[in-house]
Ligand binder design. Structure first.
Ligand code: SAH
Ligand code: SF4
Ligand code: F3S
Length: 477
């Protein structure tokens, strides 16, 4: 069987790297003697994982500890993703499995949170009978009331989107954290209208979080010994916060500087950069501070200007290349660059697909997230364009994109051989407790023998080997 047939999301990276993107996460135990237990599973992007930490914090105040064992749970939440059809199907399949637990424990409350809740709203209650609670991404403060309604025997829904909500004052309960690296949301929503994308509909209007609340959250993380933060937003470069009295304005480059200055031992990362908005000011700020990692996730989506226009990305191939050239000019060839690519968007020709491959040759991405186009109801593309590329063609083009990326990743990784890299240790490698795993500045996973080093240490590692997704080396004292 064609190995790609069943996948709509493929990347060429190790599980360690992939954990920063699309996958599933389950809550860990918190045992503080609360009377009820919450189990959360999170799907989709890092923003969703970050939201689950906010949800846990709100539920903690409401008398819930978290559990990693669904059988122990009084309340089960699935924090869901709608980005592609497959993401929603995964959640529906999971609800089917959860039905089995609910039959054994009928009082178990089942809630659907996040983007699928927002997209399907009340109809989710009719479609999936076991669901008691449907809560959109801007309505989590209402969870205590909604849980009360469900406790009173009703079904409950709140999918109101907000223009202001940033949960700025809520301290997230860190879930699945390695204690070294944390994610901090700096904004919510998205005001771009990429024609393929459901996010503006599920997450609402873009709004930026109070810069000082971001700094306070990062300071608290430093006090707890965290060594790395990733600032999160769908389009971080359009971050713009104005104080209530209008006297203070902070843009993304300035926020980056404020966070970098908190502690020189704290690594600062960010995601996602939008090619239309990334400024030279951001690149110079990255250059100025050693602790801002030299790595940029700059999703291109396509290498062809006509397709980019249909996608409503508001940049063309030349603009994108100009931004990559600026990165290389200001930050040098060492700066890591990654991308997202979509194959088989509406009307894409074979030549236009070749333009994506040639862009990949030009940029030399360190890695990419690669997808075939999945039409999402309600989006501009679904309303205006025909999803006319046959599935086999989308998958064949995707396979070519993946192959190109594998070659490029390997070539980029080979360049790292023979050099010493500063690695922040995140834990043991997946394969052995005698080896440690961490990431270098460019976000690449590096594996090496543990010697006397431990999680949270910065270690200089001489890299002597690599695979497509990983660097292998040896600590040098
Ligand atoms: N805000 C980010 C993207 C968030 S969604 C940005 O603008 O780059 C993550 C990725 O999912 C997108 O970059 C895109 O490559 C992919 N994606 C989004 N909608 C999709 C769809 N309908 N079909 C296939 N892939 C999609
Ligand atoms: Fe979606 Fe485009 Fe917004 Fe990214 S920038 S979340 S792809 S609409
Ligand atoms: Fe993220 Fe999926 Fe929503 S990618 S913003 S959880 S649709």
């Amino acid at each position: 069987m064609d190995p790609i047939v069943d996948l709509d999301f493929i990347d060429n990276r190790t599980p360690e790297q992939a954990s920063a993107s699309c996958d599933t996460k389950v809550t860990e135990e918190t045992n503080t003697g609360k009377s009820r237990k919450l189990y959360i599973e999170s799907y989709g992007c890092q923003m969703n994982f970050s939201d689950s930490e906010i949800v846990s914090s709100i539920m903690f105040e409401q008398g819930f500890d978290t559990t990693s064992d669904i059988e122990q749970a009084d309340v089960v939440f699935l924090n869901t993703c709608s980005i592609r059809e497959k993401a929603e199907q995964t959640v529906r399949n999971r609800l089917g499995q959860i039905n089995y637990h609910k039959k054994k424990k009928p009082e178990m409350v089942i809630g659907v949170l996040g983007c699928m809740a927002e997209r399907l709203k009340k109809s989710l209650l009719d479609e999936e009978k076991i669901v008691d609670l449907v809560v959109g991404p801007d309505a989590y403060r209402d969870l205590p009331n909604l849980i009360n309604e469900v406790d009173g025997g009703q079904k409950a829904v709140n999918v109101l989107l907000s223009r202001e909500e940033t949960y700025a004052d809520i301290s997230p309960v860190r879930l699945n954290s390695n204690g070294v690296s944390a994610f901090v949301s700096i904004m919510r929503g998205c005001d771009n209208m990429c024609s393929f994308c459901v996010v503006p509909f599920t997450r609402g209007r873009e709004r930026s979080r109070d810069a000082h609340s971001i700094v306070r959250e990062v300071q608290a993380l430093v006090a707890q010994n965290y060594k790395e933060v990733t600032l999160l937003g769908q389009n971080v470069d359009s971050y713009k916060w104005t104080s209530e009295d209008g006297t203070e304005q902070v843009n993304f480059a300035q926020l980056l500087e404020m966070v970098a200055l908190i502690n020189p031992g704290l690594r600062v990362r960010f995601s996602t950069s939008h090619p239309k908005d990334i400024t030279d000011e951001v690149l110079y700020t990255m250059k100025k501070y050693d602790n801002i990692c030299k790595y940029i996730h700059l999703p291109a989506q396509s290498g062809n200007s006509r397709v980019l226009e249909l996608m409503n990305r508001t940049y063309d191939r030349e603009w994108y290349i100009n931004r990559v050239d600026a990165i290389r000019r200001i930050l040098g060839d060492e700066c890591g660059i990654s991308s997202d690519m979509i194959s088989g968007f509406c009307t894409e020709t074979e030549e236009e697909h070749q333009d994506t491959l040639s862009l990949m040759d030009y940029v030399q991405y360190d890695y990419s997230y690669m997808f075939f186009y999945s039409e999402r109801p309600g989006t501009l593309a679904a309303r205006k364009l025909e999803d006319d590329i046959p599935l086999e063609v989308k998958k064949r083009r995707l396979a070519e994109i993946i192959e190109k990326q594998r070659e490029t990743s390997l070539a980029r990784n080979k360049r790292d051989i023979g050099r010493v890299h500063k690695v922040l240790v995140e834990g043991f490698s997946k394969k052995s407790n005698e080896q440690l795993s961490g990431r270098n500045d460019q976000n690449k996973v590096v594996i090496f023998d543990k010697k006397h080093y431990k999680k949270g240490d910065y270690v200089n590692v001489f890299v002597h080997d690599c695979s497509v997704g990983t660097l292998f080396g040896e600590a040098v004292d």
